[in-house]
Each structure stands twice: as structure tokens, then as C-alpha cells.
Design a protein around this ligand. Structure first.
Ligand SMILES: NC(=O)C1=CN([C@@H]2O[C@H](COP(=O)(O)OP(=O)(O)OC[C@H]3O[C@@H](n4cnc5c(N)ncnc54)[C@H](O)[C@@H]3O)[C@@H](O)[C@H]2O)C=CC1
Ligand SMILES: O=C([O-])CC(=O)C(=O)O
Length: 354
């Protein structure tokens, strides 16, 4: 039984995510921190008849909120409005993530830290470099949450194949997502050869008629890569994905909580990690370098399936690379190039503060 802190708990993601965490049997204390409204959200949640004790912490109570937490989930920061890229959130959110992670390093050095705040491709490097500068970096402790991409890929693959015949919750074995968490850095991998062939055939058939297939491979990839934009536009300026993200963030946190308590997880879980600090990371760097023609040390962060141990990213898998098809290889090459600039931006931010 552990203390979990949610930082940014009164936000669009923070509130439903906190509700889901309140239902988790491994959570004994739920600390909700925000610069506004967290005590109100905590009072509301504290009436739910599950065992986790819930307390809200306001702006000047950050240290107390995180103190002793074994897991810290960070959805704090500004979301996108239509027409914005995730990268445009960096200026505000990088500083927020650095401030919150510093408090975690000082008050909960043992905590696993899950970063939801965008742009994940840069905020995770901000978190890792901040911890390193404080002498508090332990390998595998910081994980960028990319689960929403996986959730979307499962839903969209099922829809492309004909949702009536292919249940969304049965898609877990057939698709995963690697790379990063924005636009073309998001690389869906269709693991089922029959399904991939069917999507590609739909594209070929439509091309013969001089058109594009709504249920083809290109449309599927585009939807996974730009699913976030779909929600941002539909919400018309009121923010980005919150409910689907809360579910996705919870699913990842649930695996981490199981792993902390030595319960079996559902297998390797995709997340965005610092490759040099975890087992398998340098092999993955080498293999991605060979595939993309770039230097391995420039591929420092990547989202890939990771085996958890004690709730930390213990080993990053490479086996998925054996089954990558030529369409996916091309997507990976583009993703790797885009990711490098995002990562450099995060690292430079921390260096500029020192
Ligand atoms: N990783 C992913 O897949 C996804 C990430 N996101 C990102 O999550 C973040 C939050 O999104 P929403 O919840 O929709 O935004 P929101 O604006 O509804 O909530 C953010 C919360 O953070 C709080 N906050 C701001 N500065 C803070 C600080 N210094 N300390 C603590 N709390 C602070 C705000 O008061 C607010 O309650 C955004 O950056 C968004 O882009 C959103 C969807 C998916
Ligand atoms: O699109 C956004 O800004 C929020 C996000 O990361 C997502 O929905 O994947």
C-alpha cells in the first residue's frame, strides 16, 4: 500500500485520473496537488467509499504533497488550443515540470515519476536532466506516458477493420506504438500481418480508382499520429484529450502500482524512457541508429515496450524491431529525426538554468 501524488490534480486530466486512482486497492494515500482548487477536488473524492485516504494540497504545500510518495503522476501544465503544436506548450510546461520534479527529488527521492505534461518528447528530458543536476537520477525512475497513443491505435485499428467484427478491447495483441508522443514521432506498429496487409490493400484499391481509402493504412497511421489534434479541434479551444487520457494514464499507473507490489504486469508496457540508463537501451540505440543512418548517441530517448520491476523501467525491449515492415521503417526514420530536436530542446532548457 503506497502514497500516490497527482500534481495538476484539479485539471481536466487530473480530476478523472485521481478518481480512478482512488479506486485502486494499492493506494493507501492519495495526495492531490494543484495551484488551484485541489482541496475542493480532494474533499469531493474523499466521500468515495474506497480505502485510499485523500487529501488536497494548495499552492504553497507542494513539498508536503509529494513527501513520502512512492508514485508521482504529473499532468500539470497548459493544454493545446486549435492550431497549436505540442511544442508550443514547452515554454510554460518545461518550467512547471522542472519545479515539480525538483520538489519530488527533495521530498520523495524514491518515487517513480510519470510525466503526462506536454510536450512529452521534451518534458521527459527536462525531468531526467533536472534530477541528474540534483544528483537524484536513478535509472528507470522517470517514464513519459504514451499509453493514449496505444489506446487510440487499438480503437482506430478496430474501426479501420470494421468495428462490428473486430472488438476494440481485443486489439491489444495486434498493435502497439513506439517512438515519441507528437505527430510524426508517433509510430504505430501493426503486429498482425493479415490486418496490415488488409489496410494496405484498401489503399491500393482506392489508388487504382484515383482516390484515398478512409479505412486504409495511410489513414490509420495519420489518425494515430494526429488523434490529439482531432480532440483539440472538436473541443473548440476548451482544451485537449482529458477523459481518454485519464483512462490511459491510469492504465499505465496501474501497471506501475502492480509492479511496485510484485504483482505480474500485463507484459512489457510502452513508455518514453531515457535509453542509456536502462537495460537493453544501448542495444535499442544501436539498432535504431543502423535503421535510420543516424548516430546511436543522438537517439537518447524513445518510447518502446518496457519491462517494469519494482515499478521502474527495468528493461527496454528490442525484439519488436525484428518484425518491423518497410512502411514502418520509413515512419521510424522520420520519427527518429524529429525526436532528436525535441530532446535537445529539453536538455538545453535545464542546462540554461544551471
Ligand atoms: N501525455 C499525453 O498523452 C497527454 C498529455 N496531455 C497534457 O497534459 C497536460 C494537462 O492537460 P489538462 O489536464 O487537459 O489541462 P488543464 O488545464 O485542464 O489542467 C492542468 C492543471 O495543471 C495545473 N497547474 C498549472 N501549473 C501548475 C503547477 N505549477 N503546479 C501544479 N499544477 C499546475 C492547473 O491549475 C490545472 O488544474 C497538458 O500539458 C496536456 O498537453 C494531454 C493529453 C494527453
Ligand atoms: O493533443 C494534445 O495536445 C494532447 C495530447 O497529447 C493527446 O491528446 O495526445
Amino acid at each position: 500500500m503506497v502514497k500516490v501524488a497527482v500534481l495538476g490534480a484539479a485539471g481536466g486530466i487530473g480530476q478523472p485520473l485521481s478518481l480512478l486512482l482512488k479506486m485502486n486497492p494499492y493506494v493507501s494515500q492519495l495526495a492531490l496537488y494543484d495551484i488551484r482548487l485541489a482541496p475542493g477536488v480532494a474533499t469531493d473524492l474523499s466521500h468515495v467509499n474506497t480505502n485510499a485516504r485523500c487529501r488536497g494540497y494548495s499552492k504553497d504545500e507542494l513539498n508536503a504533497a509529494v513527501s513520502g510518495a512512492k508514485l508521482v503522476v504529473i499532468p500539470a501544465g497548459v493544454p493545446r488550443k486549435p492550431g497549436m503544436t505540442r511544442d508550443e506548450l514547452f515554454r510554460v510546461n518545461a518550467g512547471i515540470v522542472a519545479q515539480l520534479v525538483t520538489a519530488v527529488a527533495q521530498n520523495a527521492p524514491q518515487a517513480r515519476i510519470l510525466i503526462i505534461s506536454n510536450p512529452v518528447n521534451s518534458t521527459v528530458p527536462v525531468a531526467v536532466e533536472t534530477l541528474r543536476a540534483l544528483g537524484a537520477l536513478s535509472p528507470g525512475k522517470v517514464m513519459g506516458v504514451t499509453t493514449l497513443d496505444v489506446v487510440r491505435a487499438q480503437t482506430f485499428l478496430s474501426e479501420s477493420l470494421g468495428a462490428a467484427n473486430y472488438a476494440r478491447d481485443g486489439m491489444r495483441r495486434h498493435v502497439t506504438v513506439v517512438g515519441g508522443h507528437s505527430g510524426k514521432t508517433i509510430v504505430p506498429l501493426v503486429l498482425n500481418n493479415t490486418y496490415r496487409a488488409r489496410l494496405i490493400a484498401a489503399d491500393a484499391k482506392a489508388a487504382k480508382r484515383g482516390g484515398k481509402a478512409a479505412n486504409g493504412y495511410a489513414a490509420f497511421v495519420h489518425r494515430v499520429q494526429f488523434g490529439g489534434d482531432e480532440v483539440v479541434e472538436a473541443k473548440q479551444g476548451a482544451g485537449s484529450a482529458t477523459l481518454s487520457m485519464a483512462l490511459a494514464g491510469y492504465r499505465f499507473a496501474e501497471q506501475v502500482l502492480k509492479s511496485i507490489h510484485s504483482e505480474a504486469t500485463e507484459g512489457p508496457v510502452p513508455c518514453f524512457v531515457h535509453l542509456p540508463s536502462i537495460a537493453g537501451g544501448s542495444e535499442l540505440q544501436e539498432r535504431l541508429a543502423a535503421l535510420s543512418g543516424r548516430e546511436s548517441r543522438s537517439i537518447e530517448y524513445f518510447a518502446a515496450p518496457v519491462r517494469l520491476e519494482h515499478g521502474e523501467a527495468k528493461h527496454v525491449e528490442c525484439a519488436w524491431l525484428d518484425a518491423v515492415h518497410k512502411e514502418e521503417q520509413a515512419l521510424l526514420v522520420t520519427a527518429i529525426a524529429d525526436l532528436e530536436a525535441n530532446v535537445v530542446k529539453g536538455k538545453r532548457f535545464v542546462q540554461s538554468k544551471m
